[in-house]
Design a protein around this ligand. Structure first.
Ligand SMILES: NC(=O)c1ccc[n+]([C@@H]2O[C@H](COP(=O)([O-])OP(=O)(O)OC[C@H]3O[C@@H](n4cnc5c(N)ncnc54)[C@H](OP(=O)(O)O)[C@@H]3O)[C@@H](O)[C@H]2O)c1
Length: 267
């Protein structure tokens, strides 16, 4: 941590990990967007489901492009071990722990100078000050409300991995589609292909199904498969829920619904 005064003001630079070692933002900045005075060009990004596969991949991108992006805030549900690692690597304005018990335990152990939001406070933050981009990597239907509140903010873009948001509530998110960017790989590819094309020129959207651990197996062979076999995706390392859904092809059914709301209706 050091101090500089290139434009006549005193600036505070904070090394990664300083927060974990007890760094406190200056009183005049605490709880505010104090870093903007020193990094006005950075895009503020919120990462939801930061402890998961999508969340961790997003955080590694933020770490790789520190001159472009800054972590506004992040959420985990219960995994406060990963949260502590994130605090050591980044300097978010806030964090959220959406499970009440895990949040209470964490606050008891870690007095932080930044807000540790509950689920309700997270929703409020998403609706009022989510940053420019919200990446939703929450698993399951719980992700819908985070998507919904992030889209209530008039300027934020939602980078959506949580397909359940659209499966569960596509009808309610559809009016905000212009600010929704699909992150799911097939949908992201289609989204990029559709960009700039005349809507009436699109006859069909085709989602591919490339395989999974049970590709080529006969029905009789599927009768005795184990959860471990379903979790052994030959190509991708993803969260356990989507890996099992991929093995059973349920994921592809969810992706069809996701494509309908995110892409087809938007043609
Ligand atoms: N992984 C991929 O490559 C991939 C690809 C395409 C689409 N997706 C989609 O992206 C989403 C995330 O997948 P993933 O593989 O990254 O999942 P994951 O590794 O299981 O991570 C899930 C994240 O959601 C959090 N979470 C769990 N329950 C929650 C709740 N009730 N409320 C709030 N947060 C909760 C978890 O927090 P804790 O760790 O604290 O429990 C964790 O941060 C899914 O919808 C999936 O279908 C993933």
């Amino acid at each position: 941590m050091g101090r500089s005064g290139s434009s006549g003001e005193s600036l505070t630079f904070v090394s990664p990990g300083a927060l974990a070692q007890g760094f406190r933002a200056p009183a005049s900045h605490a709880g505010g967007r104090w870093f903007e005075s020193i990094t006005p060009h950075l895009r503020r990004v919120t990462v939801l489901g930061a402890s998961g596969s999508i969340g961790q991949q997003t955080l590694s991108l933020l770490a790789a492009y520190p001159h472009k992006y800054r972590l506004a805030g992040l959420s985990v549900h219960r995994n406060t071990q990963v949260l502590e690692r994130c605090l050591a690597d980044f300097l978010p304005e806030w964090v959220a722990i959406t499970d009440d018990q895990a949040r209470a335990d964490f606050i008891g152990r870690n007095p932080l100078s930044i807000p540790v939001l509950s689920k309700e406070a997270l929703y409020e933050r998403l609706a009022t000050d989510p940053g420019e981009v919200v990446v939703n990597g929450i698993v399951g239907a719980a992700g819908f409300w985070a998507s919904y509140y992030a889209l209530q903010h008039p300027a934020a873009r939602l980078a959506l991995a949580n397909k359940e948001s659209l499966v569960f509530g596509g009808r309610w998110l559809a009016p905000f589609r212009a600010r929704l960017v699909p992150v799911d790989s097939e949908h992201s590819a289609l989204f990029q292909c559709l960009h700039g094309e005349a809507p009436e020129s699109v006859e069909a959207l085709i989602l591919t199904a490339s395989g999974g651990p049970f590709r080529g197996k006969k029905r009789s062979q599927l009768e005795r498969i184990t959860p471990d076999e379903a979790l052994a995706h030959p190509v991708w390392k993803m969260g356990s829920r989507i890996t099992v859904d991929s093995a059973t092809l349920i994921n592809k059914a969810l992706e069809l619904i996701e494509a309908y709301w995110a892409l087809w209706r938007a043609r």
